[in-house]
Design a protein around this ligand. Structure first.
Ligand code: PA5
Ligand code: NI
Length: 187
């Protein structure tokens, strides 16, 4: 018989929500105050409570995540809401290593995924429960909650991908998603 040992799971996952629990889980919350300059209407943004939560992220860092080949797993919950007419969304980023790709999957809610290349061409994918999205090399990605409920997604990405937030902070995405009459307006 081979030698073996029985260890602990890294964390636990509630598949209906994506919520993680366990000692290896990290968390971060982004408020309206943290997202200055992200929404098109500075005027509407300034009227809102800066402590209001826009999204919450959880992720797990497995041992060895700091070496090439490592993976991270996480989730993001985006609250329903708007700043003026613009739906709540994530900051959005390119990966610092452009060849590092990522998976997103939707657990609940509805929204849109923006995928923008370096030439600022943007592809838009609809997110709904069960939708699986692949973020290819060199694509900036942002998630927008266009629904009335929380939008909950799972993500898996290489631990050395890195986040380039600066390019989006300076240049934004080439499209914005606004509340329309009936369906979202893409401008
Ligand atoms: O790695 C990812 O792409 C996600 O985990 C995001 O970091 C998360 O959805 C939050 O978005 P952002 O990092 O653009 O604020
Ligand atoms: Ni990413």
């Amino acid at each position: 018989m081979g030698e073996h040992s029985i260890g602990q799971a890294l964390a636990f996952l509630d598949w209906s929500t994506g919520k993680l629990s366990g000692a290896a889980v990290h968390e971060s919350t982004k408020t309206l105050g943290d997202l200055r300059g992200i929404f098109s209407s500075e005027r509407d943004w300034a009227k809102m409570d800066p402590t209001g939560v826009v999204y919450h992220v959880q992720w797990v860092t497995p041992p060895g995540a700091d070496t090439e080949g490592g993976l991270l797993w996480g989730n993001t919950t985006i609250e329903p809401g708007t700043v003026g007419d613009e739906y709540f969304m994530t900051h959005g980023h390119f990966h610092l290593k452009p060849d590092r790709t990522e998976f997103y999957a939707t657990t609940s809610g509805s929204g849109l995924l923006l995928l923008m290349d370096s030439a600022r061409h943007t592809q838009i994918q609809e997110m709904s429960p069960g939708s699986l999205h692949h973020i290819g090399p060199g694509l900036a990605h942002r998630v927008i909650n266009t629904g009335a409920e929380k939008l909950k997604i799972l993500a898996c990405w290489p631990s050395d991908a890195g986040h380039d937030y600066g390019t989006i902070a300076q240049q934004g995405f080439s499209v914005r998603v606004l509340r329309g009459s009936g369906s979202p307006r893409i401008v």
